[in-house]
Design a protein around this ligand. Structure first.
Ligand SMILES: O=C(CO)[C@@H](O)[C@H](O)COP(=O)(O)O
Ligand SMILES: [Fe+2]
Length: 225
């Protein structure tokens, strides 16, 4: 499934905190609970100090799920691997602005392969770094923790960058936030202009994933009041 167009608040559960031995059923649960997107965290042990999974695992998961596969590439040289993620069935690829010399070139390549594209900024990376390419993207990802691990504490200063990004990019681009999103922080990021909420531990570390997702979305709605 393609990335939903901007204009609605969506939750993008990150399977990073799920039971990797049961990835297909974990993904089915969030689908049945109403999610349109599953967030896939790809880490290479080089750009970030952790290793997760790559295209072969995604290719298998694709056989079991029609959700929008939102790949968050926390890897060096994302241009080298973008085609592998396309062939594995990803719908959307986000790469880190810190990892490339020619972000516009990579966004064009991702589009040419038929996927939507996103750039991501780490907490200390300024909004100005994505100014030239923001409007080329379908979604901009703002890290609200240092990338690499689930379960970290939300950084409000980083989240506030969504306010400037929303002004810069306009209403037609999704702004995704990632790290420490739960009840209490979802309302804040929604008020800053984010509309796509990645949640890992807040969903998968709870026995009732559907209830956890609903609580996060209800909290986000409060941020729009
Ligand atoms: O990209 C990352 C971590 O680098 C994430 O997508 C995490 O999975 C978010 O985890 P929580 O903070 O929601 O537990
Ligand atoms: Fe992520």
């Amino acid at each position: 499934m393609k990335l939903p167009p901007a204009g609605t608040i969506e939750i993008a559960p990150s399977v990073l905190s799920s039971d990797f031995a049961n990835l297909a059923s974990e993904t089915r649960v969030i689908d049945e609970a109403g999610s349109k997107i599953v967030h896939l965290d790809i880490m290479d042990g080089h750009f970030v100090p952790n290793i997760t999974f790559g295209a072969p695992i995604i290719k298998w998961l694709r056989k079991y799920s029609d959700l929008c596969f939102d790949a968050h590439l926390m890897i060096s040289e994302p241009d080298r691997y973008a085609e592998d993620f396309k062939n594995a069935g990803c719908d959307h690829i986000t790469f880190h602005i810190e990892t490339v010399d020619d972000p516009a070139g990579l966004i064009n390549r991702i589009h040419d392969m038929g996927m939507s594209a996103g750039v991501c900024i780490k907490p200390k990376t300024p909004v100005s770094s994505i100014e030239k390419v923001a409007k080329m993207c379908e979604m901009i990802l703002v890290m609200t923790v240092e990338p690499g691990f689930g379960g970290q504490s939300f950084m409000d200063d980083a989240a506030r960058k969504c306010i400037d990004i929303r002004k810069m990019a306009g209403p037609d681009i999704r702004i995704e936030v990632d790290g420490g999103i739960d009840v209490g922080t979802a309302c804040k990021v929604a008020s800053y202009g984010a509309d796509t909420l990645v949640a890992g531990s807040a969903v998968f570390n709870r026995p009732d994933r559907a209830a956890a997702m609903k609580a996060i979305l209800d909290d986000a709605a409060k941020g729009l009041d």
